[in-house]
Design a protein around this ligand. Structure first.
Ligand code: GLA
Length: 362
């Protein structure tokens, strides 16, 4: 059964997180920070190919409440998972149990490498309303919230692109996921407005969707995307292999003609990437000219390419996307890494989406 990912109140989450800290640690929090999850309008599996993406922050966040300690210990607990994470700031930080702590350990380690040693330890409590395993980047939200906490507690602000970069390295080195930088950039920089990001040089700009004409809706298929972890790494490796065979730094630099000469599987992967970069630019154009039928068609074409060329969809996700079209969407596609997770759909503003989903038995 799929369900709408409805916006939640940031204030309510941050208040709840501060309350959780007080109950867990028996004193008041000094800092409360948060960072959002994201969905992606178009530009899937292009970020780690130095390509273009158009993600936006969702109104679901991960919050951390914290207060300094007198010693050099960091202790972190979460409302969502068992087990405390304890880090000694005077020792090298390694991957360890519980596994969710690796996101926090990774950001601390990458911050120390990039910015310098932390001045003091702290206690922290994490809470979140970003669904986990739903392809909405609960991991990037936790990483960016951790970096936001370090900015507050250390009194040191860092550039947004540098913050996204260190969170992304934390994910590579500590969570072991060879992701691109889209999720962290969206979590750091988007206020809900889609951002056109060029992952080659991290140039970005907002591409606002005018209010009152269309609505973008995120629907959770409730199929966990965890199964796809191995497949995600395989796609990254396939793209690297294609770039190596074509003697280019990344698929961003590959020509269509050269790609057509690859063996069938690598050709399909690379064609998706080339076409998807073009679709991002076409989508920006469609938004800027208020051409919603065209934007819908671009989303549909993006989904077909993920299904047929990149092979990261699932029959249940294809069925959800088809049902969203029947419910009145102008276009719909899976969003995120694939193998489950969420769909994004473009609906005319006047449709009551909750009712439409019920009527279409979604
Ligand atoms: C995951 C990764 C991102 C990106 C998407 C696919 O969400 O974390 O970096 O590669 O998949 O677009």
């Amino acid at each position: 059964m799929a369900r709408l990912v409805a916006p939640r109140s940031r204030e309510a989450l941050e208040r709840r997180t501060a309350g959780g800290f007080e109950r867990r640690f028996g004193r008041s929090a000094e800092f409360v920070v948060s960072a959002p999850g994201r969905a992606n309008l178009i530009g899937e599996h292009t970020d780690y190919n130095n390509g273009l993406v158009l993600p936006f922050a969702i109104q679901r966040r991960t919050a951390i409440a914290a207060a300094p300690r007198a010693d050099r210990t960091v202790r972190v607990a979460s409302a969502l998972a068992e087990g405390d994470v304890t880090i000694d700031l005077d020792r090298p930080i390694h991957r360890s149990l519980p596994r969710w702590g690796d996101y926090v350990r990774g950001v601390l380690a990458e911050w120390i490498a990039a910015v310098g040693p932390l001045q003091r330890g702290f206690d922290a409590w994490i809470d979140s309303d970003v669904p986990v395993g739903a392809g909405l980047s609960s991991s990037a939200a936790l990483e960016v919230a951790t970096a936001n906490l370090l900015e507050s507690s250390e009194g040191t602000a860092i550039a947004p692109e540098a913050k996204a970069g260190l969170c992304c390295r934390a994910e590579h080195r500590y969570a072991g996921v060879p992701c691109g930088i889209m999720d962290q950039m969206a979590s750091v920089l988007s206020d809900g407005t889609p951002l056109l990001i060029d992952c080659r040089d991290l140039g970005w700009r907002p591409v606002a969707i005018p209010a009152g004409q269309v609505q973008i809706v995120v629907v959770d298929s409730c199929l966990s995307h965890d199964l796809g972890q191995g497949e995600f790494a395989r796609r990254v490796a396939e793209c690297r292999e294609a770039a190596r065979l074509l003697d280019v730094a990344s698929l961003r630099e590959a020509s269509r003609e050269a790609v057509l000469g690859l063996s069938s599987r690598l050709r399909a992967r690379a064609l998706h990437v080339l076409d998807e970069n073009a679709r991002v630019l076409a989508a920006v154009n469609a938004i800027q000219t208020n051409d919603w039928l065209l934007l819908g068609a671009i989303l549909d074409a993006g989904h077909a390419s993920l299904r047929d060329l990149y092979e990261v969809s699932r029959p249940e996700m294809d069925a959800l996307v088809a049902s969203l079209r029947l419910a009145g969407a102008l276009g719909a596609r899976m969003t995120g890494g694939g193998f489950g997770g969420c769909a994004v759909a473009l609906f005319p503003a006047q449709i009551d989406v909750g009712e439409a989903l019920v009527a279409a038995a979604i």
